[in-house]
Structure formats: structure tokens, C-alpha cells
Design a protein around this ligand. Structure first.
Ligand code: SF4
Ligand code: FES
Length: 239
């Protein structure tokens, strides 16, 4: 039997001189298989054309739709409204990122600066000869690298992170996962000393308080805590 659900969303435009943060309540009929994407689109089409939120793929792939739902960061396109027994969903933008408007935050620029900070590219002195076949690597090593490469940069691990809230420059699980990804890639010639230079401080590998919220909430189920622990064990020897 269908029911009426209540969606309460923060509305605020930080670029407007007259806008003030406030909560707006919307009521709508729940339909079969309704996701938050469907619900918010219906709200925007039928009730409030001004409501801002981000979606691209609607399939948990692009990482653009992260938001706080009843206090937890989650991908809105993968969130079924029926899973909220009370029928009430309270939506806020993810903390830790610059608010653009309402539920929309700027994860893109944050991820870009994180990528530069951890030098998120292969470092190698070897000349690449594109006329030759790529150097093969062991399948299990390739699997380990691809596993960490599944990150979709949604920012949910950052929004869930207690350390990030206390340390604004903390690199977050997404940044530390990126370091772990290159550390296990044999194409990258960086040493532990090189990684220590990048993340060997309290804004990096030693800042994590191991509260586990990153891994608990990561929609791709990446092994964030074990990778952070692994990197910390390696780099603590250089302290
Ligand atoms: S590690 Fe997980 S939660 Fe963090 S950005 Fe990547 S996919 Fe999102
Ligand atoms: S819209 Fe792409 S992950 Fe949700």
C-alpha cells in the first residue's frame, strides 16, 4: 500500500545576500522502488523548481549525489525511500565541502586539490615505448590495484569522518586510499620516504582516529581502514 512520505530539506544559497538557511518540508506519494533521486526530481518538477541537488548517472557510478540523509552521508540515487520506516527523510548537504546551494556541494574542486596533494599519477623514470607491449604484472597485483581504483570520489568517507571535522586540512580516507593505490602499483617507483613526504603528518596518515565511519559508509565498500592501517604501519617506521 502506498504511503505519503515527508522530505525535509535544507535550503540556502550562500551566494545570495538575502538567503537564510531554512528547512522546507515536502509531502509526496511514495511509488514502488522510489529512490531519493526520483523523489527529489518529483519535488523539483511539481513543487519547488528552485531546489538544488546533484545527480548525473543515477546508478551509483558518478559519485555526484552524496548528501546527508537522516544524519548519515549516502548516495541519494541508491537510497530507497521505503527503507525509512518513519516515512520522514531529513536532507542536508554534506559537511566538509563548500556549499553551492541547498543540497549541492563542490566535491570536484576538493578532489582535484586532493589529487594534486598526493601526486595522484604514476611516478616512473622508465622511458615508455608505445610500440612495445605493456609490461605485464601479476594478476593478483593488478586485482589489488583495481580494487582501490574503484573509488568514485563521492566524498562520503570525508563527510562521515570525525577527524575531518576537527582538522580542516585532513586528507581523508579517499586521499589515503589513493596513496595506497599507487603504493601497490608496480608501475610507480615511489619509495616509502616519498609517500612519507606527502602524507606523513597529522593531516595525513597519522591524523586518522580509526573511527571507521569512512569504511562503514563507503558505497563501494572499499577496505579503507585496513589500507590506512597498512600505510600507517609502513610510514611510522620513518618517523
Ligand atoms: S573511498 Fe568510498 S566513500 Fe570515499 S570517495 Fe571513494 S567511493 Fe566515496
Ligand atoms: S547520481 Fe551518480 S552516483 Fe548517484
Amino acid at each position: 500500500m502506498s504511503r505519503t512520505i515527508t522530505i525535509r530539506a535544507l535550503k540556502y544559497n550562500p551566494n545570495s545576500k538575502v538567503s537564510k538557511p531554512h528547512i522546507v518540508e515536502y509531502k509526496l506519494e511514495e511509488t514502488d522502488g522510489m529512490t531519493l533521486f526520483i523523489a527529489l526530481t518529483k519535488i523539483r518538477e511539481e513543487m519547488d523548481a528552485d531546489l538544488s541537488f546533484d545527480f548525473v548517472c543515477r546508478a551509483g557510478i558518478c559519485g555526484s549525489c552524496g548528501m546527508m540523509v537522516n544524519g548519515k552521508p549516502t548516495l541519494a540515487c541508491r537510497t530507497l525511500t521505503k527503507n525509512y520506516e518513519s516515512g520522514v527523510l531529513e536532507l542536508f548537504p554534506m559537511p566538509a565541502f563548500k556549499l553551492l546551494k541547498d543540497l549541492s556541494v563542490d566535491t570536484g574542486n576538493w578532489m582535484n586539490s586532493m589529487s594534486k596533494r598526493v601526486e595522484s599519477w604514476i611516478h616512473s623514470n622508465e622511458e615508455v615505448d608505445i610500440s612495445k607491449l605493456e609490461k605485464p604484472i601479476e594478476p593478483d597485483v593488478a586485482d589489488a590495484t583495481f580494487e582501490l581504483d574503484r573509488c568514485i570520489e563521492c566524498g562520503i568517507c570525508v563527510a562521515a569522518c570525525g577527524t575531518k571535522l576537527m582538522r580542516p586540512n585532513f586528507i581523508g580516507a579517499v586521499g589515503l586510499n589513493r596513496v595506497a593505490r599507487f603504493e601497490c602499483d608496480p608501475h610507480d617507483n615511489r619509495t616509502d620516504e616519498d609517500y612519507y613526504e606527502l602524507v606523513g603528518d597529522d593531516d595525513g596518515i597519522f591524523g586518522c582516529m580509526s573511527l571507521l565511519a569512512c569504511e562503514d559508509n563507503c558505497p563501494k565498500h572499499l577496505p579503507l581502514q585496513s589500507k590506512i592501517a597498512y600505510m600507517r604501519r609502513k610510514l611510522v617506521a620513518l618517523r
